[in-house]
Design a protein around this ligand. Structure first.
Ligand code: GDP
Length: 591
């Protein structure tokens, strides 16, 4: 049967297109907030790193009560895929809300998630947001969205999407693009009308598939997922079916559901609802939580394996700043904490003294962690990134990734060339619309350094995602031109030097500030064609290129991107020191 008192909707939006503001308006107007509670406070606020990167790293969920219906708003990771999270998140929803800025239009970065939503047969509702902007062009943007849908393979029904215009800031939604006031209610009504309530079996045995995890110091691991069948009450005895059918015990010490501020404890919850369960310490993503007398598991979902390892070690010498020493134990504790919710991460002892071998899904995944730790004040030295090899039947195997690249049609050439040179094999090509969509299999080794190269070769336009594909026998070396770069950054000033720049071509790190581009040269002989771009802002790059025809331009690189680039260039035993005040790659000569 279908529940009508509940809706589960995933929200898909490019960073800055106004998701937080809009969700706030929905909450406020559905009568859940006293005005005082809201003052300057945003519920879904993104962290600084996400904003700089243009990707959503942490997903945050809330629920809205509207009339007699509860709407669970599920935040999707906007861009990066660190182990299948996009798929898992979409799996919780019965519908999707695509939020698009009325001036900027649909952004290529949201295509990956949107494509996955189409594959899951979700039918998005389109919200053209910020129509109060003086430069808003709602009708054109609507057409662009339609084109994007067609390009992404929307079926007839999906292409006939419901849409509405809105201003989260002014707090209204309307079917009239010229509207300047009103309430958010038309949007809530549209959601109720177009998103089906969950189809459930309320009477079956309680079953839930764990799609994400949370952690609290007091209660340990918390399982999050959508109830597939039956219901769960506080105190219910539970069985946890793990990989290979292994069963662990637990109990529903607490059952929590989403609410306006995050989560709230309830007495019980039933099929269709998304819950967090406390009392299941041995839980992992993909496990089924069920009842002991019927422990049949739901189809398991797998988290992508880590494919890349690096050594992490605390720096020698006194810290900059506090004069406090960081110990190996601090590092271990910090990494252990990370492991609880960062599901595609692995930490092991290293051969190197006082170091840990940290494995993740790729350079982006690891550098987000390193940069987050750096911002917390950790002073680290990290080693060369290495692909994780396995010996299977005596033969050395290496990890392969399934690589998806979206790029303007005119830039397809360099993409195919670069990926091909790294043993990428094209599996699929789709060139509807202005963008080409390319899919490859590629050894994980080939991904090292590929992102920056692709961005550089496509003026920052290429958008990459990759998923684990499997292990295959190793097939010799991947030709890789190694170039060196020396990066040194001073907090606040964000000065970077790429001293040993790429041997024949200079490389510049480019990043816009919030609205203004500023900075200075970082490489000798740099040419404007060689700009390295912050992928989240590629649209604005034209301005820079026009301004900086030669060296001595720009820059205020986001430290995280700079770090990622620095990591790509580490060879042999060279190390990167990552401190709150600087990132430095120690290497002078390069081959
Ligand atoms: P998010 O990154 O998608 O969560 O976006 P935010 O809600 O944080 O908004 C990003 C920026 O857009 C902020 O500076 C907001 O003030 C601005 N903004 C959000 N909604 C609107 C809107 O409806 N109209 C206008 N003009 N600006 C908006």
């Amino acid at each position: 049967i279908r529940r009508d008192d509940l809706r589960n909707i995933a929200i898909i939006a490019h960073v800055d297109h106004g998701k937080t503001t809009l969700v706030d308006a929905m909450l406020r107007q559905s009568g859940q907030f006293r005005a005082s509670q809201l003052q300057g406070e945003q519920i879904l606020d993104s962290n600084a790193l996400e904003r700089e990167r243009g990707i959503t790293i942490l997903a945050k969920n809330i629920a809205i009560q509207y009339g007699g219906t509860k709407i669970n708003v599920i935040d999707t990771p906007g861009h990066a895929d660190f182990g299948g999270e996009v798929e898992r998140t979409l799996g919780l929803a019965d519908g999707a809300l695509l939020l698009v800025d009325a001036f900027e239009g649909p952004m290529p970065q949201t295509k990956f998630v949107l494509r996955k939503a189409f594959e899951r047969k979700l039918k998005p509702i389109v919200v053209i947001n910020k129509i109060d902007r003086p430069d808003a062009r709602p009708d054109e943007v609507l057409n662009e969205i339609f084109d994007t849908f067609i390009e992404l393979g929307a079926n007839e029904e999906q292409a006939d999407f419901p849409y509405i215009f809105a201003s989260g800031k002014a707090g209204f939604a309307s079917h009239d693009p010229q509207a300047r006031e009103g309430t958010i209610q038309p949007l809530l009504d549209l959601i109720l009308r177009h998103v089906p309530g969950p189809e459930v079996n309320p009477d079956g045995p309680f079953k839930l598939l764990v799609t994400s995890l949370d952690f609290s110091e007091y209660v340990g691991r918390i399982a999050i997922g959508r109830i597939h069948s039956g219901s769960v009450k506080r105190g219910t005895k539970l069985a946890i079916v793990k990989a290979g059918g292994v069963i662990a015990n637990g109990a529903a010490d607490q059952v929590l559901v989403f609410d306006k501020l995050g989560r709230v404890e309830v007495e019980s919850a039933s099929a269709g609802e998304i819950v967090a369960i406390v009392g299941v310490p041995a839980i992992d993503i993909g496990d089924t939580v069920t009842v002991p007398d019927d422990p049949t598991p739901l189809p398991r979902i797998e988290v992508d394996e880590p494919t890349l390892s690096m050594n992490f070690r605390v720096n020698d010498g006194p810290l900059v700043g506090e004069g406090q020493f960081l110990t190996t134990r601090h590092l271990k504790e910090r990494l252990d904490r990370e492991l609880i919710s960062n599901v595609a991460l692995r930490v092991e002892p290293s051969d190197e003294r006082d170091a840990f071998r940290v494995s993740g899904r790729g350079l982006l995944h690891l550098s987000v962690l390193i940069e987050t730790m750096r911002r917390e004040g950790y002073e680290l030295t990290v080693g060369k990134p290495e692909v994780i090899l396995k010996r299977i039947d005596g033969v050395l195997h290496e990890p392969y990734e399934y690589l998806v690249v979206d790029v303007p049609q005119g830039q397809m050439g360099p993409v195919m060339e670069l990926v091909g040179a790294r043993r990428g094999e094209m599996v699929k090509m789709d060139v509807k619309g202005a963008y080409a969509h390319l899919e490859f299999t590629i050894p994980a080794r080939g991904l090292l350094g590929l992102r920056t190269r692709l961005l550089s070769a496509t003026q920052g336009e290429a958008i990459l995602h990759h998923n684990f594909h499997g292990y295959q026998p190793m097939k010799g070396e991947i030709p890789r031109r190694v170039n060196g770069v020396m990066v040194s950054m001073v907090r606040g000033q964000a000065v970077a030097y790429a001293l040993d720049h790429l041997q024949q071509r200079g490389t510049m790190f480019v990043s816009p500030g919030d609205e203004v581009y500023e900075g200075m040269i970082i490489a000798e002989n740099a040419r404007s064609e060689d700009l390295l771009v912050n992928p989240c802002k590629e649209k604005k790059l034209t301005n820079i290129r026009a301004a900086g025809s030669d060296k001595n331009i720009l820059l205020k690189p986001p430290r995280q991107l700079t770090l990622e680039i620095a990591l790509e260039y580490i060879e042999s035993d060279e190390l990167v020191e990552v401190t709150p005040s600087k990132i430095r790659l120690r290497k002078r000569h390069l081959t």
